[in-house]
Structure formats: structure tokens, C-alpha cells
Ligand binder design. Structure first.
Ligand code: C6P
Length: 417
């Protein structure tokens, strides 16, 4: 077996102490092991306290009041935007649009850029491995606008068929490529930098769904050169209800607004209205203020640990987990190449329904997700209805991986009887 040691100064026990929720037992004597991080991450005390402080000391609406509390709330809300800008190295804070999450970010691009630019004869290229949130918004719009959707197939090793991708770009009038950075099921880390170059050479724009990459590895939007990039706060130690759409300024400037309401306008007359400048043009209504400030605190937390250290820690855990899982007889792993994988291990156990696997693991204190993980086309391609999925984050340990394997063995034994 590989010797798993790390030279990084990463102190996982100190990290765990920041997450009060982890210090609980599933039942007396059986500590909780949280391995459902691809669904949502836990929140450190610094994020919880930052949001608590907002509600205790300066809760007010933003951009509207000229009283002390409103000014403090506005300053903190806008500071969070600057923190996010720096975190992904966007050129300007005007390119950071706060949304409710990845799903809303993709729908925003579909309903604004897509609605304004896509017509019959155009092609949008996505992939078979996408989350539903990067398929359904395009299907809805395609049925109205009459453009064509193409999906890049997935190869046996869990990677994308880049030959087919190149063929689409060569032979079809592709306007937009919309692709996930890291698969929430296979864990595949797609070569998005390469795909961005290929898309641009063909004259297409590219949207990157970074929901499963931003929480786990350094992402630099200028180096990547993606036109749009979306992610959710809740998978990166921040609360639910907040996410980010990054877009290149010229594109965002040219896009019409999506939702109308307060804050997104410059002037409203009964005859018609004009729009506020970026990013407010796309932030109609009272935003998720505490959540945005919480996202800023999460960014601070991740920066303090270091995204490269987090990535290395997770790589070590995932490699170990895949090695141990691959030794279990009757267990099938999906997307097995550990060198191209994020912190995800989806699997099935022969003769046991994934929901039963998850229930048995839960009784041993191990929280995993089971089902189609909002990726039905991918599961259809794999020839299965669902899978069980363990997903890791910055606070998980090697001994928790061992607990997972012990619980899988128990699940097998329970069904063998
Ligand atoms: N995947 C999972 O268990 P929202 O729900 O908007 O925060 O994120 C949607 C989304 C988009 N893209 C990818 C790659 C995702 O993984 C997700 C969320 C969770 O896999 C919940 S379904």
C-alpha cells in the first residue's frame, strides 16, 4: 500500500476544531463522519460568528439607507465582493455578481446572454456528465429559441471525449460551450484550460461550472480565460443562498438584465426604465446580505489554510480512499483514475441498492449521499440508476476513510446474511 505522508504544514485536527458540528456522535460511542461534502460543506466558527455578528450589531438593508447600520452593512457586503474578486483573481469587482448559487448563475446566463444571442441554427455544447443545472436551463431555452444542444460523451475512464468536442467545434456553428470543471459524481477534473482555448479558437464563448472546483483548488479566472464562471458558497464553507457569477465585463455590459426590481435600475419612469451599472444590474431586490458577508468570511478562512494545501490534503485522502475502496470485493468505482480526480468517490455494491448502502453507512455514523446526484444522464450512460457517493473536504481524515471502509464491509456482511 502507498505510504501516505504529507510534507505540508496542514494540521487537520486544528482544522476540525474550527467546525463544531463535527464533534458529535451519530449515537453514543459512534462519532459522526461527514462525507457528503459535494452536496454541501460544513461551516467553520469564523463564518458562523461573522453572520451572528451581522445580525446582532449591524443588520440593515444595503445600498438604500444613509444611517449608520445601513452603511456598515453595505460596506461589509461590498467588502465580501472584493474578497471574492481577489479569491478568483477577477480583474474587477464589477464582474462579481452575487446570485443564490450555481444554479441561478447558469440560469442567469441562459436567460440574458442566451436569450439575446441564441437563434435557430446555433449550437450550444455541453457534456453528458453535467449536473442537471447545466442541462435543463439550456433545454428550456432551446425549446423556445430553436437552437441545437450537443453533449460531449464520457469515455470509459471517466474523462470527456475531446475528439468529439473538437469535431463539434470544427463542424458546427458553436456559440457557447458550457462545461463543469470537476464532476460531482466521477470526480473527473476536466481540462477546462484546454477547452477554453479550443472554444475560443472556434469563436465560441465558454461557461465553466466551478461548483466542485472552487471549494477544493486554486482557480484563477484570468489565467483560465473563461467567459463566465459560476459557483455556490455553501460548498466552500459559506452559507446557503449565496453564490457567484463571474463574467467578462464587456459581455456583462452588453447583456440585458434578467430580474427587474429594486437596486438594478438607474431610473424608472412609467414609460420605461434604465439600468444600474455592474454588478447591480443583475442584483434585483434585497440580496442575501448576511450570506454574502458569510461568504467573505469563508474566503478568508480558505485563504488562511491555503487552497494549495487544501488541494494536497484532499488528494492524499482521495487517493487513499480509492485505493481502499478498490480492494473491496463486489464494489464498482466510477471514474477511477485518481490522477484526474477531485475529492469524490462514487461507487456501487453488487446486489445492494445505493439507498440501502447509504442507510447502512449512516447507521455506522458515516454520512454519504445516494441516488443520481442530479446527474441522471451520466448515470444513464453508466447503465445504473444511482450510486453511493463519499465526498471529502478539508476537515476529513485518513482514519475517517478507514471508518468508511469498515462500514462498507459491514454493509456487505449485513446483505450477505
Ligand atoms: N451538487 C451534489 O450533491 P446549487 O444547488 O445551485 O448550489 O449547485 C448546483 C450544482 C451545479 N453544478 C455542480 C457540479 C454541482 O455539483 C451542483 C450541486 C450537489 O452533487 C447538490 S445536487
Amino acid at each position: 500500500m502507498t505510504n501516505f505522508t504529507t510534507a505540508s504544514p496542514y494540521d487537520v485536527e486544528a482544522v476540525r476544531a474550527d467546525f463544531p458540528i463535527l464533534a458529535q456522535d451519530r449515537r453514543p460511542g459512534v462519532p459522526l463522519v461527514y462525507l457528503d461534502n459535494a452536496a454541501t460543506s460544513q461551516k467553520p466558527l469564523s463564518v458562523i460568528n461573522t453572520m451572528d455578528e451581522y445580525y446582532r450589531r449591524y443588520n440593515a438593508n444595503v445600498h438604500r439607507g444613509i444611517h449608520m447600520l445601513s452603511e456598515a452593512a453595505t460596506a461589509a457586503y461590498e467588502e465580501a465582493r472584493v474578497k471574492v474578486r481577489r479569491f478568483i483573481n477577477a480583474p474587477s469587482k464589477r464582474e462579481i455578481i452575487f446570485t443564490r448559487g450555481t444554479t441561478e448563475g447558469i440560469n442567469l446566463v441562459a436567460q440574458t446572454w442566451g436569450r439575446a444571442n441564441l437563434k435557430p441554427g446555433d449550437v450550444v455544447v455541453s457534456t453528458v456528465m453535467e449536473h442537471h443545472s447545466n442541462i435543463v436551463p439550456w433545454q428550456i431555452l432551446a425549446s423556445e429559441k430553436g437552437f441545437t444542444l450537443r453533449f460531449v460523451p464520457v469515455l470509459a475512464d471517466g474523462t470527456l471525449d475531446l475528439d468529439v468536442f473538437a469535431k463539434y467545434l470544427r463542424e458546427e456553428p458553436v456559440k457557447l460551450v458550457t462545461v463543469m470543471h470537476v464532476s460531482n459524481v466521477l470526480g473527473t477534473i476536466n481540462p477546462v484550460d484546454h477547452m477554453v482555448r479550443m472554444a475560443h479558437e472556434a469563436g465560441a464563448l465558454i461557461l465553466v461550472d466551478a461548483a466542485q472546483s472552487i471549494p477544493h483548488m486554486p482557480v484563477d479566472v484570468q489565467a483560465l480565460d473563461a467567459d463566465f464562471l459560476v459557483f455556490s458558497g455553501h460548498k466552500m464553507c459559506a452559507p446557503t443562498g449565496i453564490g457567484v457569477l463571474y463574467g467578462k465585463r464587456a459581455l456583462l455590459d452588453a447583456m440585458p438584465p434578467w430580474m427587474g426590481g429594486g437596486d438594478m435600475i438607474a431610473q424608472v419612469r412609467l414609460e420605461g426604465s434604465t439600468w444600474n451599472e455592474l454588478p447591480y444590474k443583475f442584483e434585483a431586490g434585497t440580496p442575501s446580505i448576511a450570506e454574502a458577508i458569510g461568504l467573505g468570511a469563508a474566503v478568508d478562512y480558505l485563504n488562511a489554510l491555503g487552497m494549495e494545501h487544501i488541494h494536497q490534503h484532499e488528494k492524499m485522502l482521495t487517493t487513499y480512499a480509492l485505493e481502499r475502496l478498490s480492494e473491496v470485493a463486489g464494489l464498482t468505482l466510477y471514474g477511477t483514475d485518481p490522477t484526474k480526480k477531485g475529492a469524490v468517490a462514487a461507487f456501487s455494491l453488487k446486489g445492494i441498492h445505493p439507498h440501502d448502502v447509504a442507510q447502512l453507512l449512516d447507521s455506522e455514523g458515516i454520512a454519504v449521499r445516494a441516488g443520481h446526484h442530479c446527474a441522471q444522464p451520466l448515470h444513464h450512460h453508466l447503465g445504473i440508476n444511482g450510486s453511493a457517493r463519499a465526498s471529502f473536504y478539508l476537515y476529513n481524515t485518513m482514519s475517517e476513510v478507514d471508518r468508511l471502509i469498515d462500514a462498507v464491509d459491514k454493509a456487505k456482511a449485513a446483505f450477505a446474511v
